[in-house]
Design a protein around this ligand. Structure first.
Ligand SMILES: Nc1ncnc2c1ncn2[C@@H]1O[C@H](COP(=O)(O)OP(=O)(O)O)[C@@H](O)[C@H]1O
Ligand SMILES: [Mg+2]
Length: 346
């Protein structure tokens, strides 16, 4: 478990003082993957450095597994740091050592006996799906495999907490998927609290239970991923699952509909049509499951003259949030949306 309270980090002083992290509150529970997303320069790596106390916070507290790290003496701090495994964008493996030797390094430093090291390394490489690659050198492994060796090494001292700073950035989609799958297994099997830092929104949707949006050192929005996706007013929710503009159909006014509850029936379109006594046309949708929760949004069209207030009420009863869709003319101006290719139909 990681608890950050009012964590603040400034560099420099006087006129050169800059606040890189500004009073952050963030909790990562055991068995939770909390993503921190933000653009380059937002302060993400500084946050990672403050959590393992490579950088001392200027003010605020960092509590890891119930221990306040900022209060520990050097010796206890070294101990506490062993409870935190860290992985970075660069796997940081030693090029002249095999996968097994790289994983073994932290155990050697701790003076673990040879037999115990051997057993533990085999166990760790098996854990990350690389038992058959133990004798390979880093250059003989793919990017995703190297990153998994890095994860095995980070797990060598049995940490309860894992920090990941852009660990999937720069990996191809398949390698990213293998790392994401592994981190979720580690969350579930070992109960790790994982702080997953990234600038890639798609990966957040794949991996995270909760997410905080860091911008210029401030958390501007945070919450459980499912809650954000179900909240039509959430900018972060919309960024996680971008809405596409779907052009209007003949005569029908388009409406944007989003899943706002856990109990939306699969046949909601038919039910809404029956309740309203009209045909509901589906123009487009992005609907998916996040950890078994159905989330998403759709664009529908209704015949002219449909009672808007009744529509909102009927869909509301079905667990959906409805609002008139952006005018197709606006959507068409937005680059990269399919609205661009569609001519409004008279
Ligand atoms: N040691 C340092 N001294 C001064 N400024 C720093 C230092 N480290 C980072 N910064 C500044 O802090 C800001 C956030 O950097 P960083 O945490 O690396 O962002 P991110 O990882 O989100 O890209 C940047 O503006 C960077 O220049
Ligand atoms: Mg960074």
């Amino acid at each position: 478990m990681i608890e950050l309270r009012q964590l603040t980090k400034t560099y420099g002083d006087g006129a050169h003082r800059t606040t890189v992290l500004d009073r952050l509150d963030l909790t990562v529970g055991d068995r939770e993957i909390a993503a921190v997303i933000g653009p380059s320069g937002a302060g993400k790596s500084t946050l990672a450095a403050c959590v393992n106390l490579l950088e001392p916070p200027t003010s605020g507290t960092v509590v890891v597994n119930g221990r306040e790290l900022s209060r520990l003496d050097q010796r206890s701090l070294r101990d506490a740091r062993r409870q935190i495994g860290t992985i970075f964008q660069s796997d940081g493996l030693l090029a002249r050592r095999t996968a097994a030797e790289n994983v073994e390094l932290p155990l050697r430093y701790l003076g673990v006996t040879r037999a115990d090291r051997r057993r533990r390394v085999a166990e760790l490489l098996d854990r990350v799906g690389l038992a058959a690659r133990s004798g390979y050198y880093p250059h003989q492994l793919s990017g995703g495999q190297r990153q998994r060796v890095g994860i095995a090494r980070a797990l060598a001292l049995r940490p309860r907490v894992l920090l990941s700073d852009e660990a999937t950035s720069g990996l191809d989609p398949e390698a990213t998927a293998s790392v994401v799958r592994l981190l979720k297994e580690l969350r579930d099997d070992l109960g790790l609290a994982i702080l997953f830092i990234t600038h890639e929104m798609e990966t957040v949707l794949e991996i995270a239970d909760s997410v905080a949006h860091l911008d210029a050192g401030r958390i501007v929005e945070q919450g459980a991923v499912v809650d954000l996706l179900r909240d039509p007013s959430s900018a972060l929710g919309r960024a996680l699952l971008p809405r596409r503009a779907h052009g209007a159909t003949r005569g029908g006014a388009p409406w944007s509909v989003s899943y706002a509850s856990a109990s939306v029936p699969a046949d909601w379109i038919a039910r809404a049509g029956a309740a309203l006594g009209v045909d509901v046309a589906l123009l487009g949708a992005s609907i998916g499951a996040v950890d078994g929760h159905v989330v998403g949004h759709a664009t529908i069209a209704l015949p002219p003259g449909t009672d808007a207030a009744r529509l909102v009420a009927v869909l509301g009863d079905l667990g959906l949030h409805a609002a008139p869709s952006a005018a197709p003319a606006d959507a068409a101006r937005e680059p990269g949306t399919i609205g661009r290719e569609l001519e409004p139909v008279a």
